[in-house]
Ligand binder design. Structure first.
Ligand SMILES: [Zn+2]
Ligand SMILES: [Zn+2]
Length: 612
């Protein structure tokens, strides 16, 4: 029997990320079981290959297991398993593993202070299988009875558990954006594609505003509601549909992320974009603005206030129907209210409506303004690509300059450089740089600020560098005053160009160290040190709030990706979204400068170096 919508099945295939995810989890469970490291490594390699390839894995799998074996690192048994995952979303081997060990034990390692050994110990000795169980165990004072677990680690675990609880149901912007993009593509495919102007699908809500963490992936669509709803309900990413109304469907993904699809008539599209993008505060300001002009902004329509009122009195369902303003774009919506167009990232109710009324909105920085990247790692420390590969990747992005900034030795887990190793790396950078006349490669390092505030590299070696990033990677438990003092002492040497990831937070994982950012901002200004907006979606540090504070204090910024591989450069867009949320312009950011101006500025900074 042919199902009525069978034609769409092919388009709704599982995506590469999901297949890679299953393989990763198999590897994690094998590791938890202390299985042969080569075996689990083969799963990880396959997961990485699949996650990175452009072609949909479902397409390759459809041609059979033999085609899969042409991919690097995928052998016979893995290829059969991948076919199974593509067809069913799981594999019998994975299901068997999960019977043996509950998958939820993997959650334990998201807690900072818990590594593989401790997670195994908690499971084996105390039967703890999930974060919830660990939380109850910790609250009942259980951590104190775990052998080998010091008081410091126990309190770190508790703090991390509290942080994780606050991040529940949220995902990082990159993950949310990827999910949204995959869903949009599937909805567009059934909705007649971009060619059909009367049928649109767009990402709205928190993702469009560039929020660093997202608890609801929201999409807006016009088109045939029945078809959209049917497709949405069949999305492979969804676990269940929570609510369904004529104008909205709410679902939740297998990874527990809320997804909402708004469905509206094409005529309401512009006002609906505004309604579904802005924060509650922004919408409240717009409603007030509309009222002041004799309009009513209600639901997905902007109309005449009087007409809307009358139709409500007549208990008409279609409030304002026939009186709504014809709007072709969001710009027309804002313009109807006497406002400049307000970029989505600003729609937070932080004074942007008043600024738009007075034409005071800043000209926000754009990704096209970026001319280089000042923070990246290579195989000289914990990066995955060579110096040359990073240069090539930067050229492909059209950058005019980059700085190579590997770790220094105290960050030993990241294989940091000794002074002698750094000098050798500089030779390699110089040699590589000579091969290119279209990109300037600056010699740099990410130098650790040691726990007494000194720099993890002698001054005579630092003197050989064009660009010095300083940061904190250890001693997170120090009191606030001490950490703040460390950073200020480092700045006082005159060497640092930028203080990287100033709070040390990892989004959704850890809160970062205690630091007095107001004092750091004052010191950065005094010593002409820039503050980094680390564009990695795991960090986005500084956040938009502190960027705004620092900007008002007259501090300049650098937006860098902290790439550990060539594709890390793509994270720049998350940094730009955050910068725009902070109202930053091109002038606030050093790596928008053309090369000649940049070099002049670096020279000026070099003359401020004063070794103690
Ligand atoms: Zn770092
Ligand atoms: Zn780094």
């Amino acid at each position: 029997m042919k199902e009525p919508d069978a034609a769409y099945d092919g388009r709704l295939a599982i995506d590469n990320r999901d297949v890679a995810g299953v393989l990763e989890r198999i590897a994690d469970l094998l590791e938890f079981k202390d299985e042969n490291p080569f075996k689990l490594r083969s799963y990880r390699v396959a997961a990485e290959t699949i996650a990175e390839m452009q072609q949909p894995i479902a397409e390759v799998a459809a041609r059979g297991a033999a085609s899969l074996q042409e991919l690097p690192g995928i052998g016979k048994s893995l290829s059969a398993q991948i076919v199974e995952i593509v067809q069913t979303g799981t594999s019998s081997f994975f299901e068997e593993l999960k019977e043996e060990i509950p998958e939820s034990v993997l959650e334990l390692r998201r807690v900072s202070g818990i590594g593989l050994k401790t997670s195994q110990q908690l499971y084996r000795d105390f039967g703890i299988k999930s974060l919830d169980e660990l939380k109850a165990f910790a609250e009942g004072g259980g951590l104190e009875s775990v052998t080998g677990l010091g008081e410091k680690t126990a309190s770190r675990i508790k703090a991390s558990l509290a942080h994780l609880a606050s991040a529940r149901g949220k995902v990082r912007l990159n993950e949310a954006s990827d999910l949204a993009a995959a869903i949009v593509e599937q909805l567009r495919a059934v909705n007649g594609g971009q060619a059909n102007r009367a049928a649109r699908v767009e990402v709205v809500g928190q993702i469009r505003r560039g929020c660093e963490m997202v608890d609801n992936v929201e999409l807006l669509a016009s088109g045939e509601a029945g078809l959209l709803g049917q497709t949405f309900a069949r999305l492979p990413q969804l676990a269940e549909i929570k609510a369904q109304r004529a104008d909205r469907i709410e679902g939740v993904t297998k990874k527990d992320v809320a997804v909402t699809l708004h469905m509206i008539p094409e005529a309401d599209y512009a006002a609906a974009m505004v309604r579904t993008t802005g924060s509650a505060e922004h919408l409240r300001d717009l409603e007030a603005e509309a009222a002041a002009r004799g309009y009513a902004f209600k639901g997905f329509q902007l109309g005449d206030a009087k007409a809307a009122g009358e139709s409500r009195k007549r208990k008409s369902k279609a409030a304002g129907e026939g009186h709504r303003l014809p709007l072709n774009s969001e710009a027309e919506f804002y313009s109807a209210l006497g406002l400049e167009f307000i970029a989505p990232e600003l729609r937070e109710g932080l004074g942007e409506v008043a600024a738009a009324r007075d034409n005071r909105l800043p000209e926000l920085i754009r990704i096209e303004d970026m001319r280089g990247d000042f923070h990246m790692h290579t195989t000289w420390s914990d990066g995955q690509n060579s110096v040359r590969e990073m240069i090539e990747a930067a050229r492909r992005r059209g950058y005019q300059y980059i700085a190579i900034t590997d770790h220094t030795q105290s960050t030993s887990i990241a294989n940091g450089n000794t002074p002698a190793e750094l000098l050798k790396e500089l030779e390699e950078i110089e040699a590589a740089a000579r091969e290119y006349d279209d990109i300037r490669v600056l010699k740099g390092a990410e130098v650790d600020i040691l726990s007494d505030g000194s720099l993890d590299m002698p001054f005579d070696v630092l003197d050989r560098l064009d660009w010095i990033v300083v940061s904190i990677h250890a001693g997170f438990q120090q009191p606030k005053e001490q950490i703040t003092e460390r950073v200020i002492r480092a700045m006082e040497t005159g060497y640092p160009n930028v203080f990287a990831h100033p709070t040390g937070r990892i989004l959704g994982e850890r809160a970062g160290y205690e630091i007095d950012l107001e004092q750091v901002i004052a010191a950065a200004r005094e010593h002409h040190v820039r503050l980094e907006l680390n564009a990695s979606p795991y960090r986005l540090d500084l956040n938009s709030y502190w960027l705004r504070v620092a900007r008002q204090a007259g501090v300049g910024f650098v937006i860098s990706t902290d790439s550990h591989q060539t594709r890390g450069f793509e994270a720049m867009r998350y940094g730009i979204a955050t910068a725009r949320r902070a109202w930053l312009t091109r002038d606030d950011v050093l790596n928008t400068l053309p090369l000649a101006k940049l070099l002049a500025e670096l020279d000026r900074k070099k003359r401020q170096r004063r070794p103690a």
